[in-house]
Design a protein around this ligand. Structure first.
Ligand SMILES: [Zn+2]
Length: 278
C-alpha cells in the first residue's frame, strides 16, 4: 500500500458518544486530509486527518489526527509518496495523536447540572489524570473544590436536615458563614451526618485534607504519585457527593414535595365538600 493510500485503513464507522443521545451513536467516515510529511528530519512520518460525522444528528463531527510512522527509507518513501507500490505500513506504527473536539468525559447529568460552567474543571481534571498529568489534574480539582465549597457544604446541610441531625445541620450553617473555602470545609468536616460516612471515612475531611499541601516533593516520581492520589481522592469524593448523595437528597425532596401538595389538595377538597354540604 502506498503512503497516499494509507487512508483506506480508516474504519468506515465508529461507535462513540454524542451529545445528541444518551447512548453511543454511529459515526460515519467522511473524508480525509493528507498532510505532507513534516520537516526534513522526520520525513517518513505521514499525518492525516480522518473526519467522522454522527449519523444520528448529522451535525457533529470529530476529526482524528492520525500519524503513520514507517520504517521505509528515504528512497522508498519518495517512491511511495509518488504512489509507488510500497507497503509503507510494514514495520511501521499508526497512532491516533489527538482528536478534535477532544474526547469528553461522560459526567453523570446530575453532576454536570450541579457544577454548571465549572464542570470543565472536573473534565480537565479527569482528562489530565487519564493522560498521566497528575499534578495538572490535582490543580484543576483543588480549584473545583474551592470554587464549589459553598455548594458542597449546602448539600451536606440538606442531608443533615433530612436525617434529622440538628447538630450537623447547625455545624454546616456555621461553616457557611465563613469567608474562605478552606475554613468552610474545615468546620463542616467536624460534624457530618452519620449517613455520609463511608467505611468510617468522612468525605469532607477527605476534601479538606487534600485541598492544600505541596505537590512537588523530593523526587519527581514521588510528586507524581502524591498528585495522582490527591486527584483520585478528590474525583472519587466529588462523584460520591454530587452523584450518590445528591440523588438521595433530591429524591427525598421530591417525595416530601409530592406528599405536601397531595395533602394540601386533600385538605382543600374536604373543605370544599364541607362548604357545599352546608
Ligand atoms: Zn449526534
Amino acid at each position: 500500500m502506498a503512503l497516499d493510500a494509507l487512508d483506506r485503513l480508516a474504519p468506515k464507522a465508529l461507535s462513540m458518544p454524542c451529545t445528541c443521545s444518551a447512548e453511543p451513536t454511529t459515526w460515519k467516515h467522511q473524508n480525509v486530509y493528507v498532510a505532507r510529511p513534516i520537516g526534513e528530519r522526520i520525513r517518513w512520518e505521514n499525518h492525516t486527518l480522518w473526519t467522522y460525522e454522527c449519523s444520528d444528528c448529522e451535525g457533529r463531527s470529530t476529526i482524528f489526527w492520525v500519524a503513520f510512522r514507517s520504517k521505509v527509507n528515504d528512497t522508498l518513501l519518495r517512491a511511495a509518496t509518488r504512489g509507488g507500490p510500497i507497503d509503507a505500513t510494514k514495520g511501521g506504527t499508526i497512532e491516533n495523536v489527538i482528536q478534535w473536539p477532544r474526547w469528553t468525559v461522560l459526567v453523570p447529568k446530575r453532576v454536570e447540572k450541579a457544577f454548571r460552567d465549572k464542570i470543565v474543571l472536573l473534565q480537565h481534571g479527569i482528562h489530565c489524570l487519564k493522560d498521566g498529568y497528575g499534578i495538572g489534574a490535582a490543580a484543576y480539582l483543588r480549584r473545583l473544590v474551592e470554587d464549589e465549597a459553598r455548594a458542597i457544604v449546602e448539600l451536606v446541610r440538606d442531608a443533615a436536615v433530612q436525617d434529622g441531625d440538628a447538630e450537623a445541620a447547625r455545624n454546616a450553617e456555621e461553616a457557611l458563614e465563613q469567608d474562605s473555602a478552606a475554613q468552610r470545609l474545615e468546620i463542616a468536616a467536624k460534624r457530618v451526618p452519620a449517613s455520609l460516612l463511608v467505611d468510617g471515612r468522612n468525605p469532607l475531611e477527605v476534601l479538606y485534607g487534600n485541598l492544600s499541601g505541596p505537590l512537588h516533593s523530593e523526587t519527581e516520581a514521588e510528586a507524581v504519585a502524591v498528585a495522582v492520589a490527591v486527584a483520585t481522592m478528590l474525583i472519587g469524593t466529588l462523584m460520591f457527593l454530587f452523584e450518590n448523595l445528591k440523588q438521595r437528597v433530591d429524591e427525598k425532596k421530591t417525595f416530601a414535595d409530592t406528599m405536601r401538595s397531595a395533602s394540601q389538595r386533600l385538605a382543600d377538597a374536604k373543605r370544599h365538600d364541607k362548604v357545599s354540604k352546608q
